[in-house]
Design a protein around this ligand. Structure first.
Ligand code: AMP
Ligand code: GLY
Length: 424
C-alpha cells in the first residue's frame, strides 16, 4: 500500500516560519510543507495556504480540515490564544505549548513564580501598585531599574530606567497615559542587570530537550544598538564568548524550568527560549519565550540539518531522542526592513534582485513582509526579509550575508551594517 506523503502545516507568515518550512522540507521523507497564511516569497520552499480564520477555534477547525500529520506554531499570539489545546483536542500532533504552558511568555510574573520555585537566577523584583510605591522602590534600590508590564505588550512592556528623567517618563507611560492597556494590569519593578545577552533556545518534549547553539539577536533599529527596539534586525550564532560552562548553566536553567512547568501541571512542549544575560554573578534569565525567536530561527533552524522533522515529531510524542548534536557552522542573519520601521513603515515598494541574491554561495533568504503585485514582490510589512550567510567563521558568514544583501534593491528600505560585528 502506498503511504501518503506526510503533510506538515506551519502556522505564521514571517521569516521564522519560512526558515522552519525550509528546514522541514530538507527531510529525506520529502514531506508536503504548507505555511498558513505564509507569504508569496516562500513559494519555492513551501505551499502557501491563505484563508485561515483568525479566531482560535475556527482556525483549529480549518487546520484540522487540511488533515495535517504535524502542525508547528510559529508566533506567540496563536499560542496564547490556546490553539495548541484546540488542535490536540482534535487529535492533531502539534509542536507548541498548551495555553497554560504558553503563560511562561504571556505573563512575566507567572515566569518569575516558576523561576523562584525552580531556583533559576533572575533579577530581584517587586510588584508595584502605583506611582508612590515605584518611587519608594527606586529610592531603596537606586538605578538602573526596569519597569515591566506583566502581559504581552509587543515589546513595549519593558522600560529600562537609568535616571530621574527616564523614571518620570516610564511612570507617565505606565500609570498616567496607560499606554499598554490590559498588558499593564500588573506591573513590577526589577533590579537592573548588565552584561552581554544571549538567546538560548531548545526543542523539548516536556522533559528531554535538545539545545540549539546559543545565538544573539540585535533588537535596536540602528547600528551600534541605537534607536528604538524592533522585532529584531539581525542574529548571529554561535557566540564567540559563550563558554562550555555557560552551556552547562544554560542547560540547567532549561532543566529547572521544565521541572517547574511539570510541577505546575503544564508541561512545556515545543520551542522554549530563554533570554539570558551573562552578569558578573553568572547567567540570569531576563525572560522566557514560548516559541522560536525571530530572527534567531533564521540562523538556528539550519543547524538541525535533515533531521528537524524527525525531532519535531518525536517532541510531540514525548519521545525526543537526546544526544543529537546540532551542526555548529557560523550563521549571520541580516534583516532588511521597510523605511520608517518600527514606528511608521512604508509599504508597497518593489523588491528587486532576490533571485540573484539567492544564487550567491552559502546564502539563504527568508521572506516576511512581502506580497505579490503585478508579478513583482512588494513590501507589506515592517520586516521584509532576512538574508542568512553561513561560513566557517562569523566573519565569513557575515561577509557572505552582506554581499548577498548588496544584490537586493529596495528603494525605501533599511538594514544594519554591523550585524555579527562591524564591517571593516
Ligand atoms: P524582556 O522582554 O524582559 O526580555 O526585556 C527586553 C530587554 O530589556 C532585554 O533584552 C534587555 O535588554 C532589557 N532588560 C530586561 N530586563 C532587564 C534587567 N533586569 N536589567 C537590564 N536590562 C533588562
Ligand atoms: N528575537 C526576539 C524574539 O523573537 O522575541
Amino acid at each position: 500500500m502506498n503511504k501518503r506523503t506526510k503533510r506538515i502545516i506551519i502556522v505564521g507568515s514571517g521569516a521564522r516560519e519560512h526558515a522552519l518550512a525550509a528546514g522541514i522540507a530538507r527531510s529525506p521523507e520529502k514531506p508536503e510543507v504548507i505555511v498558513a497564511p505564509g507569504n508569496p516569497g516562500m513559494s519555492a520552499d513551501a505551499k502557501i495556504l491563505s484563508g485561515m480564520p483568525t479566531t482560535s477555534a475556527e482556525s483549529a477547525d480549518w487546520i484540522a480540515s487540511q488533515e495535517p500529520d504535524l502542525v508547528v506554531i510559529g508566533p506567540e499570539k496563536p499560542l496564547s490564544d490556546g490553539i495548541v489545546d484546540r488542535l490536540t483536542d482534535r487529535g492533531i500532533a502539534v509542536v507548541g505549548p498548551s495555553y497554560e504552558a504558553a503563560r511562561i511568555e504571556g505573563s512575566k510574573l507567572f515566569a518569575k513564580e516558576r523561576m523562584m520555585e525552580a531556583g533559576i537566577a533572575t533579577a530581584d523584583f517587586r510588584v508595584i501598585k502605583g506611582v508612590q510605591q515605584a518611587r519608594e522602590t527606586v529610592r531603596e534600590w537606586g538605578y538602573p531599574i526596569v519597569l515591566k508590564a506583566d502581559g504581552l505588550a509587543q515589546g513595549k512592556g519593558v522600560s529600562v530606567i537609568l535616571d530621574d528623567h527616564d523614571l518620570e517618563e516610564a511612570l507617565d507611560r505606565f500609570f498616567v497615559r496607560k499606554e499598554l492597556k490590559e498588558a499593564q494590569e500588573r506591573v513590577f519593578l526589577e533590579k537592573g542587570l548588565s552584561g552581554p545577552e544571549a538567546s538560548f533556545i531548545v526543542l523539548t518534549d516536556g522533559t528531554r530537550f535538545i539545545p540549539f547553539p546559543a545565538a544573539r539577536d540585535y533588537k535596536r533599529i540602528y547600528d551600534g544598538d541605537k534607536g528604538p527596539n524592533t522585532g529584531g534586525m539581525g542574529a548571529l550564532t554561535p557566540l564567540g564568548d559563550w563558554t562550555e560552562n555557560d552551556q552547562k548553566d544554560a542547560c540547567q536553567i532549561i532543566d529547572r524550568c521544565l521541572w517547574a512547568m511539570r510541577r505546575y501541571g503544564a508541561p512545556f512542549v515545543g520551542f522554549l527560549y530563554a533570554g539570558i544575560m551573562r552578569t558578573p554573578n553568572g547567567l540570569k534569565v531576563l525572560e522566557f519565550n514560548a516559541r522560536f525567536g525571530d530572527p534567531e530561527a533564521q540562523v538556528l533552524v539550519p543547524a538541525a540539518g535533515e533531521g528537524l522533522l524527525d525531532l519535531l515529531t518525536q517532541a510531540t510524542q514525548g519521545a525526543l531522542s537526546t544526544g543529537v548534536s546540532m551542526e555548529g557552522r557560523a550563521r549571520v542573519a541580516v534583516v532588511l526592513a521597510s523605511e520608517g520601521y518600527p514606528e511608521n513603515p512604508v509599504f508597497g515598494t518593489q523588491l528587486e534582485g532576490i533571485e540573484k541574491a539567492r544564487q550567491e554561495p552559502h546564502i539563504q533568504i527568508y521572506t516576511a513582509g512581502v506580497s505579490q503585485k503585478g508579478g513583482h514582490l512588494v513590501t507589506s510589512g515592517g520586516r521584509v526579509l532576512s538574508v542568512v550567510g553561513e561560513g566557517a567563521s562569523s566573519l565569513e558568514a557575515r561577509n557572505r550575508a552582506y554581499q548577498a544583501m548588496a544584490q537586493i534593491r529596495l528603494e525605501r528600505g533599511q538594514y544594519r551594517r554591523d550585524i555579527g560585528g562591524r564591517q571593516e
